[in-house]
Design a protein around this ligand. Structure first.
Ligand code: HEC
Ligand code: HEC
Ligand code: HEC
Ligand code: HEC
Length: 160
């Protein structure tokens, strides 16, 4: 009798475990689909609304996605596109290389090439350059601040 009850308990425990594992797997699959862009190392405080970046939608094939290659955004230490990246691969964070925090300042009379270089050394500059440049040149996707940074509710000084 005792042995049988123990067996049933073991089965119940086993089945519960299966459910838990399945739930964790589902969560893993959804990770990175939409990325909350909130880099607290680059910005001590977020003054703008947090950008919810539709990561998967950007790389999914058309017509469901925008059909953009991984290498259009992810590159190696020389800036060479990581064209062979696949879903599930690990990547370095942009901030590991574009590693200056906060916002760059353009000094008066600064040569355009120097400014471009300085701007890119900041996470702020690299991320805006990547996102906005493609939206601009492709004629598709948001280029205005408030189209990416949602207005915080009732807040003054929100993105225009
Ligand atoms: C294509 C989308 C996009 C557009 C357009 C855009 N941004 Fe951003 N912005 C981002 C992303 C992504 C980040 C990175 C946030 C992070 O990872 O923490 C960011 C970060 C920032 C930050 C630093 C974090 C904060 O909240 O203080 C500021 C300031 C900012 N943007 C201001 C602007 C302003 C001003 C404009 C318009 C001139 C603008 N952005 C346009 C996507 C965008
Ligand atoms: C339109 C630009 C863009 C495309 C296309 C793109 N990514 Fe990303 N990806 C990003 C950005 C931005 C981040 C956030 C990086 C950061 O936080 O520094 C990111 C993050 C990631 C992460 C980390 C996930 C997470 O949740 O933190 C992985 C893994 C990744 N990308 C893989 C890929 C793969 C594989 C592809 C192609 C199938 C791809 N990416 C296509 C821009 C892109
Ligand atoms: C392993 C280091 C490394 C990582 C990680 C990295 N970058 Fe870069 N990135 C570079 C280098 C090196 C260059 C070339 C710099 C130059 O041309 O002066 C570059 C160039 C760029 C440029 C300019 C490209 C051009 O054509 O002008 C942008 C924009 C950019 N990166 C954005 C990003 C974004 C967004 C991410 C994260 C999704 C990222 N980078 C991740 C090293 C890195
Ligand atoms: C190589 C090109 C490319 C890059 C890089 C890129 N986008 Fe986009 N983005 C697109 C295209 C194409 C669309 C679709 C526009 C349409 O169909 O109206 C889009 C649409 C969007 C939209 C509106 C629709 C949606 O899916 O939410 C947002 C917000 C957006 N992008 C944010 C970003 C951010 C943030 C980054 C940088 C981390 C980024 N994009 C980088 C090409 C790009």
């Amino acid at each position: 009798m005792k042995g049988k009850r123990f067996l049933v308990m073991l089965m119940v425990a086993g089945i519960s475990l299966l459910f838990i594992v399945a739930a964790i797997n589902a969560q893993e699959a959804g990770k990175g689909d939409i990325i909350e862009m909130k880099n607290t190392k680059a910005f001590a405080q977020h003054k703008q609304g947090i950008v919810m970046f539709t990561h998967k939608k950007h790389y999914d094939a058309k017509p469901n996605g925008y059909g953009i290659g991984c290498g259009d955004c992810h590159h190696d230490k020389d800036g060479k596109p990581l064209a062979n990246l696949k879903a599930g691969d690990k990547v370095q964070s942009c901030f590991e290389c574009h590693s200056k925090p906060d916002k760059p300042k353009k000094e008066q009379g600064m040569a355009e090439a120097d400014w471009k270089k300085l701007n890119l050394s900041y996470y702020y500059g690299a991320i805006h350059e990547n996102c906005i440049n493609c939206h601009k040149t492709g004629g598709k996707g948001p280029v205005k601040c408030a189209e990416c940074h949602p207005k915080p509710e009732g807040a003054a000084g929100a993105a225009k």
